[in-house]
Write a protein that binds this ligand. Structure first.
Ligand code: PLP
Length: 446
């Protein structure tokens, strides 16, 4: 018996090593990492430059408590992060993961409003569904009942508005009226809650696991910014998953040219090499907080030189190998190939995403978008079958209030055409087997 307890229902073999887009178990089996773990390993496994930078840093020091020493690695990564961020967002606070990055953003927002005499503001509006992390503050803004309900009495649950799921509501995502329709729900909610009580709105620019790579409809992100400005509400972009280049831009929100007040980033920032995340905020917000007693928040391992050296080398590899452009190009190819599967499998209801943050959703009827029966456990079975076929993908059964099975296909940004082909072959074998097992129609001629 293992003394660890995680939630995977299917026992998995011991991992031996990872290399590039592949992982190998101790039995010598190879897997294509088609989800980069949990959308983490953006530059693939065992990148020699990152490992060399980590070794070099380890030879000097692995830890220097941030209140005792400055380190070259953390200064350099902060400078680089500020350069990559929208103008004015130039103060960086390092953490060790996505939940910590979100907690930091929520708390900085609150302390900033306190520092400028707006202490009545404490509500952070978010979306249903959404995922912002597992610690109680980040969970309070998460819209996913199975994760939040058990802890409801222990936290101050925050107001939610529906995520813009145009594909489920039968609306055209390219029509700006659709974007306005969903964004205006934020304004209604602010009025309902009392604008003087609302602190911030937090949003994943390109959705992650909860929505399955949901892309906002035309005009949505811009209108959200306008509403936040009109009511003096801070806009937090949770780029924990979408940040770092995976969507084909360094920040997911760059696709809409919208500037937030605070950004959180993590997964692809440490790339699976080290636990690393950051909150990046408007300089004037940080100054206001520092001038009124300082930021009452921090984590012991934050900004440790080993993590920062790895993060800096990782960004260096993204730039040296032009991986953001590759994510855009390979993302377009993969998305069109995934969309092509809809001819063969009538039970694929939707394919969506940006760059290499892509997802497809299974349904029992494409016309109504009714989900597959829960008893099929499609989200678990297809992942298991694909795993046996040597392909790792990531899944969830949630669409907020509605049930549904979606699958994230998010390989490392270093993937080439051969890798995309291999994903498609593995996925086709897995979908054929799943359809046969579940008794679902397949158009074998397509
Ligand atoms: N925010 C988003 C958008 C995420 O996707 C995640 C993790 O999936 C988190 C926050 C929490 O990150 P972590 O699991 O590193 O705490």
């Amino acid at each position: 018996m293992s003394h660890l307890f995680y939630q995977s229902k299917s026992p998995r073999p011991f991992l031996e090593r990872g290399e590039g887009i592949y992982m190998y178990d101790v039995n010598g089996r190879r897997y294509l990492d088609g989800s980069s773990g949990a959308m983490v390993s953006n530059i693939g496994h065992s990148n020699p430059a990152v490992l060399a930078a980590m070794r070099a840093q380890m030879d000097k020091s692995t830890f220097g408590y941030r209140l005792h020493f400055q380190t070259e690695a953390s200064e350099a990564l902060a400078t680089k992060s500020a350069e990559l961020s929208p103008a004015g967002l130039d103060r960086v606070f390092f953490v060790s993961g996505g939940s910590e990055a979100v907690e930091s953003a929520l708390k900085l927002a609150r302390q900033y409003k306190l520092s400028i005499g707006q202490g009545s503001r404490f509500k952070v509006i978010s979306r249903m569904p959404s995922y912002h992390g597992s610690t109680l503050g980040a969970l309070a803004v998460t819209g996913y009942d199975p994760l939040t309900v058990p802890f409801a009495p222990m936290m101050h649950e925050m107001p939610k508005i529906p995520a813009p799921r145009a594909y489920l509501d039968g609306l055209n995502a390219d029509d700006p009226a659709t974007g306005l329709h969903y964004a205006n729900m934020l304004e209604q909610k602010i009025i309902e809650e009392g604008p003087e009580t609302v602190l911030a709105f937090i949003v994943e620019p390109v959705g992650g696991a909860s929505t399955g790579a949901l892309v906002p409809p035309a005009g949505y992100m811009q209108r959200i910014r306008e509403i936040c400005d009109a009511y003096d509400i801070l806009l937090i972009h949770d780029e924990v998953m979408s940040g770092g280049g995976r969507t084909g831009r360094f920040w997911g929100a760059e696709h809409w040219d919208v500037k937030p007040d605070v950004i959180s980033i993590s997964k692809g920032f440490g790339g699976g090499y080290v636990p690393l995340g950051a909150m990046i905020a408007r300089g004037d917000m940080v100054e206001a907080v520092l001038e009124t007693g300082g930021f009452q928040h921090g984590h012991t391992y934050a900004g440790n030189p080993l993590a920062c050296a790895a993060g800096l080398a990782l960004i260096g590899e993204i730039e040296r190998n032009d991986l953001i452009a590759n994510a855009a190009a390979m993302g377009d190819l993969l998305k069109s190939r995934l969309s092509g599967l809809m001819d063969r499998y009538p039970f694929i209801g939707d394919v969506r995403g940006k760059g290499l943050l892509l997802a497809f959703e299974l349904v029992s009827d494409r016309a109504t978008m009714a989900p597959l029966p829960k008893g099929l456990s499609a989200f678990q079975r297809l992942v298991d079958i694909a795993y046996d076929e040597g392909l790792i993908i990531y899944s969830r059964r949630t669409r907020g209030g509605l049930e549904g099975d979606h699958f994230l296909v998010c390989p490392p940004m270093i993937i080439g055409k051969d890798g995309i082909e291999e994903i498609m072959q593995g996925l086709t074998r897995a979908l054929d087997k799943f359809a046969a097992e579940a008794g679902l129609d397949v158009d074998s001629a397509a």
